[in-house]
Design a protein around this ligand. Structure first.
Ligand code: DLZ
Length: 164
């Protein structure tokens, strides 16, 4: 899967939304890029997120769940998992992915998926929104969570969802 085909996004004022960023701590340089991208997206949407750090990507779902239970309107999950020589990669990736999806559906809260699952450091750096990167997955994940939060809010209010 590549970034080819990604939609153009339009920043909508989100100043009324409570937004949490939950971020793992492995692979510091890439994480710095993802966090910076998420912060830029939130700033473009007029919102300041609360940022919570967890040790690894395996811990992202429980932190996201705590945020959902605390009433956040949108959650952005950021992490980087690099494939190693054992099946550990697959367990961490699927636990994080399944767990985040479960939180989103159980709580009807958008969870932006900013979890990079890469074969090597070069792939991760290319998606981190750093100077020289081709993609900015932290920004994308935050923008997606905020756009979806507006859709959820509009549906709950019985109003047509905003277009675009
Ligand atoms: C153990 C581990 C390994 C090997 N690799 C990564 C990684 O690339 N990215 C990441 O976010 N976390 C990694 N972890 C840590 C696990 O996610 C988790 O924090 C530990 O297994 C403790 O529960």
């Amino acid at each position: 899967m590549s970034g080819h085909g990604a939609p153009a996004t339009r920043a909508v004022d989100s100043s009324g939304l409570r937004v949490a960023v939950v971020a793992a701590s492995w692979h510091e340089t890439v994480m710095d890029g993802l966090l910076d991208g998420a912060a830029r997206a939130c700033a473009d949407h007029g919102v300041t997120p609360d940022v919570l750090r967890v040790p690894g990507s395996f811990e992202l779902p429980v932190a996201a769940q705590a945020c959902a239970q605390a009433g956040y309107d949108a959650i952005v999950a950021l992490g980087v998992v690099i494939r190693g020589g054992t099946p550990h990669f697959d367990y961490v990736c699927s636990a994080a992915t399944d767990g985040l999806n479960r939180v989103a559906l159980d709580h009807t809260v958008p969870v932006g998926f900013g979890l990079l699952t890469c074969d090597d450091d070069a792939q991760a750096l290319d998606r981190a929104g750093l100077e020289g990167s081709h993609e900015d997955k932290g920004y994308e994940a935050a923008a997606a969570a905020l756009a979806t939060a507006h859709v959820v809010r509009a549906v709950r209010a019985g109003a047509p969802a905003p277009v675009g």
